[in-house]
Design a binder for this molecule. Structure first.
Ligand SMILES: [Zn+2]
Length: 234
């Protein structure tokens, strides 16, 4: 295992994600609402975007966000090593943590952030596949994204499918990333999110913290499933 790469990657992930809480706090608003400009708890103005640490003076330090991001980035560094895909996937991990934080707070995956996630992954991975003389990787990634997009869109269109269009878009982008790595990664990435969210939904039901119709965010499970797929198939 390339330990120095894993440590450097974890340090980057942890440090960069310290800036996530403020951005998540401002963007976790209902669809169409402007970014939040004041703290709902203490009414301090929060109209800057760049602040490391807690989202507001009254909030606790974001230990969990930093730990999850450092762990995700460290695992990617250990699995991929000092190879070009890591350059695309480390910033993607931080954007992924931001998407998960917003989805957990308001059940939304805002389009501009999913587009940012696509921009930091799809373009570098596509260029990497072409530059290394492996256009087959790009074809496989596009096929995986199309296939996953269609499957998720069909489920989203079913009555009571429980999927939002943000989930469909994020799943398709993640399938591109996993398709670049290989079909086994795509298969794990398709299955794992439901194996993660299923038991979680069941435990919420059994402890009566949710009802059958309570919507659950899928974004964090999609991202965790993709991470699992990447690190187990490398
Ligand atoms: Zn506050």
């Amino acid at each position: 295992m390339p330990l120095p790469v894993a440590v450097l990657a974890a340090t980057f992930g942890g440090a960069a994600s310290a800036f996530v809480p403020r951005v998540a706090h401002r963007l976790a608003v209902p669809r169409g609402a402007p970014p939040r400009s004041a703290c709902p708890s203490c009414e301090t103005r929060t109209d800057s975007w760049v602040r490391a640490g807690a989202s507001c003076r009254c909030a606790p330090p974001p230990m969990c966000t930093v730990a999850v991001s450092a762990l995700a980035a460290g695992l990617l560094g250990a699995a991929i090593g000092p190879a070009p895909p890591l350059v695309a996937l480390l910033p993607a991990a931080v954007v992924g943590v931001l998407l998960a934080a917003i989805d957990l707070r308001c059940l939304r995956l805002p389009d501009p952030l999913v587009a940012l996630f696509a921009a930091v992954t799809v373009l570098p991975l596509a260029l990497g596949a072409l530059a290394s003389g492996e256009p087959g990787r790009l074809v496989r990634a596009l096929a995986a994204a199309a296939l996953t997009g269609v499957i998720y869109l069909l489920v989203a269109l079913l009555p009571g499918g429980g999927l939002g269009l943000g989930d469909v878009k994020l799943a398709a982008v993640l399938a591109f990333v996993l398709g670049d790595a290989g079909w086994p990664a795509v298969a794990i990435g398709l299955l794992a999110p439901h194996l993660i969210n299923g038991p979680m939904a069941l435990s919420l039901l059994l402890t009566r913290r949710a009802e059958r119709r309570t919507p659950l965010p899928l974004g964090p499970a999609l991202l965790a499933g993709a991470l699992l797929a990447l690190v187990t198939t490398r």
